[in-house]
Design a binder for this molecule. Sequence first.
Ligand code: F6R
Length: 257
Amino acid sequence: MEVIICNTEVEIGATAAAKVAKVTKAVQATGRNVVIGVATGSSPLSTYAALKQLIDLGELDLSQASAFALDEYVGLPTSHPESYREVIRRTVTQPLGLAPERVHVPDGAATDLEKAGADYDAAIKAAGGVDVQILGVGSNGHIGFNEPISSLSSRTRMVPLTEQTRRDNARFFSSIAEVPTRCLTQGLGTIMEARHCVLVATGVGKAAAVKALVEGPVQAMCPASVLQLHESATIIIDEAAAAQLELKDYYLAQSAS
Ligand code: F6R
């Protein structure tokens, strides 16, 4: 695991985008189209903005890329502005110039959610697997919507959201009552199959989760800690999110070198 501590959110976005661009170019150099795993929420927005800058400068081309979102709410119409299908369309597909038919989001409206989960895993596999997965982390340590006690080898499936996650996400809705209670999320086993993982986090509200995921034991109570078992996981955070890290000075020295 690599931990990079940045000064600003803009720097976090630029650092994460540089990682994504590096993987993308390496994949494209082999003649294959890149497959990117994309997250919703606030954390990756600076990464998407930095990717757009690289595209506008002509340094990156994602027009042939495929993308797979991590998760989707269950019980929210797909046309709802906060459905992840819509959020990904607004924040990823349109600004980064991806072809809409190559951007995939789990089908939270499916009547058979178990089948929808299995189909999603199969679609990722058929696309050749995710080359680089962009991740945020919940204040309770979730990645995707793998809430605490998710199996570390779980596959894409329905997960009930914790009250904490619903409270955290209430800012996107007019009240907490509107926040769905369930989601369809890539499993931890699914996420771990991505060839590279890049997790971004900012702010003191993420400090405990970052401490647990980087320096805590690998355990289902902090689902993101499974990334300690990934051979290419990069954690890009600001000073506030790094506040509880025991080896913060060590990571800072590595970040500066
Ligand atoms: C989003 C996702 C979640 C978020 C996490 C952090 O697709 O899978 O794991 O990354 O809830 O959300 P923000 O970035 O809004 O704090």
